[in-house]
Design a protein around this ligand. Structure first.
Ligand code: EPS
Length: 378
């Protein structure tokens, strides 16, 4: 039995990010235009820094793809860096004043150095470029199986939107999101979020927010209740928490469930014979507070996952820190960065979720080829 796995390597200012994905069925049509468009979307959003004006992210296939189709071999890919200068000490000097909130301090202590450079080069969210490429490849597989995903920005500070997305509305919501500088499918919320980003920039500060991903067309029973670490909720939580700067993950109503009565949380079940052949097998719900997962398994309703991204830890004005060469108090180092990368994070999260769903679908239905998988999925 093969499992879908992902390994990445590469530094922020090295030659590029590489990823190896094993376990994809043979015969998957690789939509390179779509993957490159998602990489461009990851570079965008209001509040991004100067790096994105240098890079032209695109994927290069190094193995496992022939004539536009996966072969069943490990898929190796690279997203090259234009700003490659890792061994140039003048342009990429040591970093001795760790940024609070970044991996700098813990990494320097853990790896026995007073130069945070090795840690920050790998910890940088630049790594999400190739992770997005790998996830967008998994999204190609899901799309062929009738499983659609959408990710967007749902909240920033005290502005929040809450929307249901259905098979009928997903295209319209996607268009509204793509018209928004913040990747938020609501024009009024977009203006408010832009104002927060402007305020952060004026104050030499940074701002975070919430990203949300919906997955439509889910079969029932993806994940398991039998070994709970393999539950779909546990797997999605791990996938989302492993995105740089994410501090929490919620499925459906998430932590709000803790403050409600059970009758206000659980989604009543009904049956509609006319929908017996659908992915929901005829079972219908008027609400989806569970976010499509019960007992660690998909229940046929859309999977809805929300992730909280903290503000970027590189502040133009710095924060109180310590110089690791002499242990004297100093402001933290400033590395060129973003004022806000929540929009970009919504793209990363969409495809991180897609990758994990694809992995769980392969675990459930197997298949050496897309043809086998498409025939088995129900
Ligand atoms: C990023 C590239 C990085 C940062 C950012 C995300 O490029 P550079 O450090 O050269 O400006 O802009 O990384 C971080 C936020 C971080 O904390 O490291 C990217 O491509 O997404």
């Amino acid at each position: 039995m093969t499992h879908l796995t992902l390994h990445t390597a590469g530094e922020s200012h090295g030659p590029g990010g590489v990823a190896i994905v094993t376990g994809l069925p043979a015969g998957l049509a690789v939509n390179t235009d779509f993957i490159n468009a998602e990489l461009r979307r990851r570079q965008g959003g209001y509040g991004r820094g100067g790096r994105q004006r240098i890079e032209e992210d695109h994927v290069q296939w190094l193995g496992g793809v022939r004539l536009g189709l996966t072969t069943g071999a490990p898929v190796a890919m690279m997203v090259p860096n234009q700003d490659s200068r890792l061994d140039d000490l003048e342009r990429t000097p040591p970093v001795n004043r760790p940024r609070p909130g970044h991996a700098d301090l813990a990494g320097a202590v853990k790896f026995g150095t007073n130069d945070c450079r090795n840690t920050l080069e790998r910890a940088s969210a630049r790594q999400t470029a190739v992770r997005t490429a790998a996830g967008a490849l998994a999204s190609c597989m899901l799309a062929d199986l009738g499983i659609q995903t959408i990710g967007y920005v749902t909240a920033m500070r005290d502005i929040a939107i809450d929307i249901d997305i259905t098979a009928e509305s997903i295209d319209a919501v996607t268009s509204r999101r793509d018209a928004s500088s913040m990747y938020c499918p609501d024009a009024e919320a977009t203006s408010g979020m832009e104002a927060f980003v402007r305020a952060a920039k004026e104050n030499k500060d940074t701002v975070g927010g919430l990203c949300r991903v919906h997955v439509l067309g889910m079969p029932i029973g993806i994940g398991t209740c039998m070994t709970r670490a393999d539950g779909l909720d546990a797997r999605l939580a791990s996938a989302v928490m492993s995105i740089q700067a994410f501090k929490s993950v919620e499925i459906g109503l998430g932590r709000a469930t803790a403050a409600r009565w059970g009758s206000e949380v659980h989604d009543a079940i009904a049956y509609d014979e006319s929908q017996r052949d659908s992915r929901q097998r005829g079972f219908t719900r008027d609400t989806n507070r569970a976010g499509g997962i019960e007992g660690g398994m998909s229940n046929g309703m859309p999977v809805v996952v929300t992730g909280a991204m903290k503000p970027i830890s590189t502040l133009l004005r710095g924060l109180p820190s310590v110089n690791l060469t002499n242990m004297q108090p100093e402001q933290s180092d400033y590395e060129r960065s973003d004022v806000c990368a929540v929009s970009a994070a919504s793209v990363v999260m969409q495809h991180a979720v897609a990758f994990e769903i694809a992995a769980a679908v392969i675990d459930r239905f197997g298949g050496d080829t897309m043809k086998d998988l498409a025939a088995r999925i129900c």
